[in-house]
Design a protein around this ligand. Structure first.
Ligand SMILES: [Zn+2]
Length: 660
């Protein structure tokens, strides 16, 4: 049955009203209707939508309660630059940054919210995707969960495409209340937020009171400055942090602002871990440009690391997948910066010697960058106790340890600790990403002897698990699904998963781009012992080359690769042009506008980078070419002013085909 015109109109009206009330309540903090009235309207709309599903829209206010659908968290490429900022750990560094700016420069001082960074993509006014920061190029699509965050506008009065960056966070109070109810509490609001954003069921996310602040809007053509961006975003209903101020380059003013925010920090209803300073004017930003990694027009000031005092009760040695032995101090539990610390890494023997650390010492522990706890210094010696010495043998398998560089290694490839480490690495999120097969299940499989090296993961009959407690039919099915799905991981991921020391995703991608597009080419180069194949690639050094050759020539590794190949894993690239074309070597490119052949325009970027060119985010006097598609305003003008060669799509196509 279809909804009549009247019902259709009612649903529209209800949605309109509810949207406004949500905005009043969650963004302005000033509701104009009672909760009861709100619930009544909400229930009425839900009832209409469930009766007549065609009335339900993606931006309906009822979507705020989430659904039971399993969110898949697809990986999605960012279509706007998601930059990371240069960091300063002292006020002096911020002052030094400010002094390098031209006089009279206006810049913003913003709180650095300690939450989860998110990019919201709107298309024709509707929230199309919400993507985590990820590695800055690719993030996870967590739209289902983010739609449940009430201060995220689902609809904005803006035609065309708009990306908005912000931070999703959980207020301290909500965190404390919620954490009390959890069996395993989270260390801090950020971790809980990150967990919630990745919940499989958005209904679970909906009940947590996550919030949003936005701080960047990518308008095309760009607006003249950040103030204009903020004004627009506010107009569209986005929540902006009220503590943001704009300063001119005045040292006194800057120092007093930092002081004020540092003092105010404990009183805020949410956590911040620093301040961010950004040049406001779009033109000045482009003129300042970028270093290899960061924009020069911004800096993030991190508050001093929180520290605590505790006693070292013992030192354990952990053996990783490469055999590396890492000493870890077991300390009396101490709360630092909101989380309980009971294990602190000591890195290696050199570090222990430097501290002159003994078991029983009283120590100062810090959480640098608020993440990894470290022993800073010994406060009080446990008199008479000797400085700790790492064991001469592997604590797991008893093999005699070997030293290499600053570290000590267990040389036994069959060491159970190493095997365990390799398997867990193999299934990890950044490698084969086997969903539904976690570390605990892996421990169980290893313990029972079902799995002892990666190919076993693909050969084991998981239905055998059903006779054990905790492995129901559903769980087993989900494991099998995850294992099957992982077979479609691309060659680059498979290669990283093999766990060859020093061969990380970056080196793999450089080497594949250089033409090593199948495992056979890698094996062949390794067999010949030809380091030059690897060393000729910029960014690949001798230690990577030696490690790859050594690892790929080991019979066990060759056997494992053959086994995995038989299991159906991908050992060559899909379709990547082989051979090395370096016609753009040493040139710097900027891209603007949209293209007919290159959608999204990252595809044009790939073509440039594949040929040795570098793509930068903004036009400067050092840019060689501006690749300009349809639209794209500001950059073209800038390029013209600076005399940068402008290339249109037709000419670019000729260039990459070698016709020019
Ligand atoms: Zn060992």
């Amino acid at each position: 049955m279809e909804a009549g015109r009247e019902l259709r109109a009612e649903a529209l009206r209800l949605a309109e009203d509810l949207r406004r009330y949500q905005y009043e309540y969650y963004v302005l903090g000033r509701p104009s209707v009672s909760d009861l009235e709100y619930d009544r309207l909400f229930d009425r709309l839900s009832a209409l939508e469930s009766r007549y599903p065609e009335l339900k829209t993606a931006d309906s206010p009822t979507q705020r309660v989430g659904s039971d659908l399993e969110a898949g968290f697809e990986e999605t490429a960012h279509t706007v630059p998601v930059l990371s900022l240069d960091k300063a750990y002292s006020v002096a560094e911020v002052v030094a940054w400010m002094r390098r700016l031209p006089p009279q420069t206006v810049f913003s001082a913003e709180q650095k919210i300690d939450g989860v960074s998110i990019v919201l993509y709107y298309e024709n006014g509707v929230l199309a995707r919400a993507v985590t920061r990820g590695n800055g190029f690719v993030g996870n699509d967590v739209s289902e969960n983010v739609r449940t965050v009430r201060s995220v506008p689902l609809r904005i009065p803006y035609e065309g495409k708009l990306a908005v960056r912000g931070e999703i966070y959980l207020p301290k109070k909500d965190f404390e209340l919620l954490n009390k109810t959890l069996e395993v509490p989270f260390a801090n609001p950020r971790n809980l937020t990150a967990g919630v954003i990745r919940r499989k069921q958005s209904r679970e996310a909906a009940v947590v009171g996550l919030r949003l602040f936005v701080y960047e809007g990518f308008f095309e053509p760009p607006l003249p400055d950040q103030q204009a961006v903020f004004e627009k975003l506010r107009e569209y209903g986005f929540p902006l942090n009220p503590h943001t101020v704009f300063l001119t380059a005045d040292e006194e003013r800057l120092r007093s602002q930092i002081e004020k925010e540092t003092r105010g920090r404990p009183l805020l209803p949410y956590e911040i871990d620093g301040l961010v300073f950004k040049v406001a004017s779009t033109a000045e930003r482009e003129a300042l440009g970028y270093t290899e990694h960061h924009p020069k027009w911004a800096i993030a000031y991190k508050f001093e690391s929180p520290t605590g005092e505790t006693t070292v009760e013992g030192i354990d040695v952990q053996v990783g997948r490469t055999g590396r032995m890492t000493p870890v101090a077991r300390v009396a539990p101490v709360e630092i910066g909101g989380s309980m610390i009971s294990n602190v890494t000591l890195h290696n023997q050199d570090y222990i010697d430097l501290l002159e650390l003994s078991v029983g010492d009283r120590v100062q522990v810090s959480k640098r960058g608020d993440v990894i706890p470290a022993v800073e210094r010994v406060i009080e010696k446990n008199e008479g106790a000797p400085v700790y010495k790492m064991p001469e043998r592997c604590p797991e398998c008893g093999a005699e340890a070997e030293n290499a560089g600053a570290h000590r290694f267990c040389p036994n490839g069959d060491c159970p600790a190493q095997k365990r480490g390799r398997l867990k690495f193999f299934i990890g999120r950044d490698q084969m990403n086997i969903e539904n097969l976690g570390g605990e299940t892996m421990d169980f499989l290893i313990g029972k002897g079902f799995v002892s090296f990666p190919p076993d993961i693909y050969r084991f009959d998981y239905t055998k698990l059903m006779k054990y407690d905790g492995f129901g039919e559903k769980k087993v099915e989900s494991i099998v699904r995850g294992v099957e799905k992982s077979k479609s991981q691309p060659f680059a991921k498979v290669l990283v998963s093999l766990g060859i020391p020093e061969l990380g995703p970056k080196a793999v991608s450089l080497l594949i781009d250089s033409g090593l597009t199948s495992i056979d080419l890698w094996l062949e180069a390794a067999e010949k012992g030809d380091e030059s194949v690897f060393l000729s690639v910029k960014g690949v050094g001798p230690s990577i080359a030696a490690s790859v050759i050594g690892a790929l020539n080991r019979p066990e590794m060759r056997g494992m690769i053959e086994d995995l190949r038989r299991c159906g894993l991908s050992f060559e690239c899909g379709k990547r042009s082989s051979g090395t074309d370096s016609r753009f070597e040493g040139t710097s490119w900027c891209i603007t506008g949209s293209f007919g052949h290159f959608k999204p325009r990252e595809k044009a970027q790939e073509e440039i980078e594949k040929r040795g060119g570098r793509v930068v985010a903004a036009v400067s006097s050092k840019t060689d070419y501006l690749l300009a598609g349809e639209g794209g305003g500001g950059k073209r003008g800038k390029a013209e002013a600076l005399g940068v060669t402008i290339i249109d799509e037709q000419r670019f196509l000729k260039m990459i085909k070698g016709e020019e």
